[in-house]
Ligand binder design. Structure first.
Ligand code: BTN
Length: 321
């Protein structure tokens, strides 16, 4: 409903829209309208209300509200230092540069917009202004380089759980780390690392969440495969609340991982997976594989059982469900 109210205001930008008109066109009561306007205000939309004229949309929440973000942050390390930018090529590039100039673990980089957002496997990541969480996190895990896939799966679990908490949508993880709602991608993770003598020097965890995009914000080619939290939940989502919730979830899981290893993370991942026990297809350098996705192994690889009963492990790449 909030989406539809916003669309109505966007038909005649800067004009007042009366409560009566909203009520008639959207078939909702005046009390319900007031409730939705209050929700939109909480998400950062500014409205002016005038007697007999109605409401006017004054500004949209297209700027990170850093004070609000910091005020509600309950983490000890993640997000204790925040760098916020308007338009950047990629928050990953900025985060790498910050590490080179001494940035500590937990530093985060947020941008309103990315002009060259990077996805996995050399793809681009659509990152329009003010609509999403385009964030990079500096991590310095004391684990060997070959543990990177585990950290990727941990990030997916943290993302999935935080989105469930904030948006109450049915969301699941497609191996290794795509978050899907009704089969469409809503969020992605890109981990980039620098290692020395087989140990990780640092990791930049790039998190992309399509939060408040409308269908029109997507290019035609993405509309059938991508979606946003606002489209799926019917609500405008507070980006600040989602970042706070995600960072806390990530910090807790990261502590659990450092203490107990990958086993508990693997169980959580399996419970949220939309991949396991389903038929999948994937292409690998040595050919095309089809089979049933069976389980995750300790390294984070996906075991697939082919129609002939052979067990094949997939370590990287993309799968089709
Ligand atoms: C994927 O392909 O699923 C991964 C997408 C990762 C996108 C995020 S947005 C913030 C960070 N900066 C980037 O350029 N990419 C990551």
């Amino acid at each position: 409903m909030n989406e539809r109210i916003l669309e109505l205001f966007q038909e005649t930008p800067e004009a007042y829209v009366s409560g009566e008109e909203i009520s008639r066109r959207l078939n909702v009561s005046r009390t319900a309208i007031w409730k939705h306007i209050e929700e939109l205000r909480a998400a950062g939309y500014e409205f002016e209300a005038a007697p007999r004229k109605g409401y006017r949309l004054v500004s949209k929440p297209d700027r990170w509200q850093v004070n609000k973000l910091l005020a509600g942050l309950q983490t000890k390390v993640l997000g204790q230092k925040v760098h916020v930018y308007g338009s950047v090529d990629s928050t990953q590039t900025i985060a790498h540069a910050l590490v080179a100039s001494g940035a500590q673990e937990g530093t985060i980089v947020l941008a309103e917009e990315q002009t060259a957002g990077r996805g996995r496997m050399g793809r681009a990541w659509h990152s329009p202004s003010g609509k999403g969480i385009w964030m990079s996190i500096v991590l310095t895990p004391r684990v060997p380089v070959y543990f990177m896939p585990q950290l990727t799966l941990l990030s997916a679990v943290a993302l999935c759980r935080s989105i469930q908490k904030v948006c109450q949508v049915e969301i699941g993880i497609k191996w290794p780390n795509d978050l899907l709602i009704k089969g469409k991608k809503v969020s992605g993770i890109l981990l980039e690392s620098s290692g020395e003598d087989e140990r990780l020097k640092y990791v930049i965890a790039g998190i992309g969440i399509s939060v408040n995009l409308t269908t029109e914000d997507y290019p035609e080619a993405l509309r059938s495969i991508a979606t946003s939290l606002a489209i799926e939940s019917g609500q405008v989502i507070s980006r600040e609340l989602l970042v706070q919730t995600f960072l806390l979830e990530f910090e807790d899981l990261y502590a659990l991982y450092m203490d107990k290893g990958f086993a508990p993370i693997r169980l959580l991942w399996e419970a949220l997976s939309v991949t396991l026990k389903r038929p999948i297809r994937t292409s690998t350098p040595s050919g095309f594989i089809e089979g049933i996705a069976d389980s995750l192994d300790d390294s984070g690889a996906l075991t697939v059982i082919t129609p002939s009963g052979e067990k094949i492990k997939i370590y990287s790449g993309d799968i089709e469900l």
